[in-house]
Design a protein around this ligand. Structure first.
Ligand code: HEC
Ligand code: HEC
Length: 635
């Protein structure tokens, strides 16, 4: 269990109707009503003299406790939201009451956390994750191999990304692997003249002593590797290592590579850490810190020469410089690193071909390297195009173009003359029910089972990834969908799920989930258009909890466009979490609010989002020392 604070009330979508009015939509809940619920379901173990787990209701009873006891309330919120409290086996509130309580609490905690405006929040030290390590070594040594192949994979944390500080610690197994990885990368680079020109910039030769050559190399290498100027005596310590190796009889090359290896396993290289802020107030992050914050956000790698130079000149905190750098950085091919990592994790398409694989016997068409790559990269390249051209983010919901190869365009049933073997921006033919991410094969496949589509999984995918309001996990002992057995009349998936929804216990969740997914039933597991299933025509109609009738994907996209601000808010929180590399706090939601406002005023242009994040308080500032560490409790 991780104590993550979702910024959007779980059930602002309880009825999709209220969601349209925004997350602030009130419920009829009040502090008094909340206390009644707590008294009824929690008191036996957390009231009077009983303080199970060290928690007593008296600690949050005061009228101003939402402001004065935010930590306690946050804890309570996550336990109740995750259905962990009250524990199994004792009377519990109904699902509706639980959700209404959670909504009330989130809304009010958010309000009080934002009362004083945005605060910078923690900037925890974090290890370079595997992809960042690979890209950093690549840029530092100018080599074209993936130095990270021997490193263990990273888990996800924070807002669901693998660059979250919470998960990036280092284990003894890591340490050994890093030693190996660095050695291999350096030896590879030392053999390539193009790499040598970047990091082995001096040689003992006519008139240059080994000592002089090594000093020149280290003076340039240490600040690049540590992404800041060398500290007094720092380079000298590595020189001592070099001298020792040389004295032992090692060649110049061997001695200097050994020294560089030591630098590459130093915590100053492996970790992104900033000088702590000793002041009592938040301060602007240093220019060097900003160079790294920017480059790891938009390139997933170390700063380049231009960023280092701007940092040295003390110019990297000026908003105008930052804005110009964002534009430059998004044009650079390295930004592909960012879009790929962000999009594939946000939309869950990273799992395609890993944990999620369409059945090979039923869907042999997927088992073609070209089509797999085209499917996988469609959402990534699409997002890249939106960013590079500063297009509206609403294209994510519906668009007139996509990025297709010849094969993928045929796979979708199009005949587009301009299509080529390479992915290319193409206008979608009219009436093809494509456009936006929802109708892309990658998304339709990761929200299916390997053998069949599941409106439930697709509905859940929309609630979770687009709207940011994941449904609570299904209760235990829910029956699985039985396959039709011989003899009984064949029921379609819809008929079977309708039977379930007749039960009010199931309906609380499934009324919200299933209609969204049914609207996509015209797409098979691989996202190809179909009009029949098991001999019966596909019925893609449904009714949202607020009564809106939708029939198929075009209506669904209209309904989502009506709720665009929720989708944009979710995207903003996701990207802010990615940029900060940590889970968001309630206070961060003030920053999210500000950026969403900017977006609505700027036609949702994509670069407004990136600029809003980079210019935000949490991205540019360091909190005062006291809060500079991660406070979230790990189980
Ligand atoms: C049958 C007894 C019981 C009931 C009823 C109960 N709890 Fe708990 N609670 C526990 C126990 C035992 C722990 C300590 C073990 C744990 O953390 O899971 C605990 C721990 C907690 C914690 C603390 C933990 C932390 O991580 O610091 C919170 C907050 C909490 N409960 C909230 C609630 C709320 C809110 C309710 C009512 C909606 C509730 N509990 C109902 C038994 C109960
Ligand atoms: C608290 C919310 C909730 C409730 C209540 C709930 N479900 Fe679910 N159900 C879900 C979620 C979420 C999933 C998707 C699970 C996943 O991610 O694999 C699901 C999945 C399912 C599936 C699998 C769908 C498929 O395509 O295979 C079935 C069947 C199902 N639920 C039936 C029921 C029935 C029957 C009930 C009532 C007894 C019920 N559910 C109650 C949330 C709920």
């Amino acid at each position: 269990m991780r104590s993550r604070i979702s910024l959007i009330p779980l059930l602002c979508l309880a009825s999709l109707a209220s969601a349209a009015a925004g997350p602030e939509t009130a419920t009829d809940w009040s502090a008094d009503k909340a206390q009644v619920l707590l008294g009824k379901y929690c008191n036996t173990c957390h009231g009077g003299k009983a303080s199970a787990g060290g928690f007593n209701l008296a600690s949050i009873a005061a009228a101003d406790s939402l402001t004065s006891k935010q930590t306690e309330w946050n804890h309570l919120l996550s336990r109740v939201r995750n259905s962990e409290m009250p524990p199994k086996g004792v009377p519990a509130p109904t699902i509706e009451d639980r959700q209404a309580f959670v909504l009330w609490l989130e809304t009010n905690l958010r309000r009080s956390a934002c009362a004083a405006g945005p605060a910078p929040g923690a900037w925890p030290m974090r290890r370079l994750n595997r992809d960042e390590y690979s890209a950093t070594v690549r840029d530092l040594l100018n080599i074209q191999v993936d130095a990270s192949h021997g490193l263990p994979a990273d888990g996800a944390g924070g807002e669901g990304f693998d660059n979250a500080a919470e998960t990036l610690f280092i284990s003894p197994i890591h340490a050994e692997k890093y030693l190996e990885a660095a050695k291999e990368a350096l030896e590879y680079g030392a053999k390539d003249p193009k790499s040598r020109a970047v990091f082995l910039i001096a040689q003992p030769g006519n008139g240059t002593t080994p000592e002089q050559a090594a000093t020149k190399i280290l003076d340039a290498f240490v600040p690049r590797a540590f992404r800041r100027p060398a500290r007094p005596g720092e380079t000298e310590r590595y020189m001592a290592l070099f001298r020792k190796a040389l004295l032992r009889g090692d060649s110049f090359d061997r001695s200097i590579l050994l020294t560089l290896n030591a630098i590459l396993i130093s915590p100053d290289f492996l970790f992104r850490r900033e000088e702590p802020n000793a002041a009592a107030d938040p301060v602007l992050a240093s220019d060097y810190a900003m160079a790294s914050r920017l480059s790891y956000f938009l390139w997933g790698s170390m700063p380049d020469k231009e960023l280092f130079e701007l940092a040295e000149a003390g110019k990297l905190h000026a908003p105008a410089t930052l804005t110009a750098q964002i534009e430059r950085m998004l044009k650079d091919g390295k930004s592909r690193e960012f879009t790929e990592r962000f999009v594939s994790q946000w939309l869950g398409t990273r799992e395609l071909g890993r944990d999620i694989k369409p059945d090979e016997k039923l869907f042999p068409e997927y088992y073609d390297a070209e089509i797999q790559a085209a499917i996988r990269y469609e959402p990534v390249l699409f997002f890249q195009e939106i960013l590079a051209k500063n297009l509206s983010l609403l294209n994510l919901i519906d668009s007139k173009f996509s990025i297709l190869t010849n094969k993928l365009s045929k796979f979708y049933g199009f005949t587009i003359k301009e299509a080529t073997q390479q992915p290319k921006v193409l206008n979608l033919p009219e009436g093809t029910h494509r456009g936006g991410v929802l109708n892309m094969a990658a998304i339709l496949a990761v929200s299916s089972y390997p053998q069949r589509t599941s409106p439930v999984l697709r509905g859940k995918w929309i609630l979770e990834n687009m709207l940011g309001t994941p449904p609570p996990p299904p209760p235990p002992n829910v029956p699985t969908l039985k396959d039709n057995h011989a003899g009984s009349p064949a029921l379609t998936l819809r008929e079977r799920l309708e039977q379930h929804r007749a039960d009010p216990t199931c309906a609380t969740c499934h009324n919200r989930i299933d209609p969204l997914g049914f609207a996509l039933e015209n797409y098979d597991v691989l996202g190809r258009w179909r009009t029949e299933e098991e001999g019966k025509p596909i019925d893609a109609s449904g009714q949202l909890p607020d009564g809106t009738k939708i029939a198929g994907t075009d209506d669904l996209k209209k309904a989502l466009l009506d709720r665009k601000d929720i989708i944009i808010r979710n995207l903003t929180s996701k990207m802010l979490g990615y940029a900060l590399g940590r889970g968001l706090t309630l206070n961060d939601s003030c920053t999210v609010d500000q950026i969403v406002t900017q977006l609505t005023q700027n036609d949702y242009s994509s670069q407004t989002l990136i600029k809003g994040i980079v210019l935000s308080m949490p991205f540019r500032y360091q909190p005062r020392a006291r809060t500079a560490t991660i406070t979230s409790k790990k189980p």
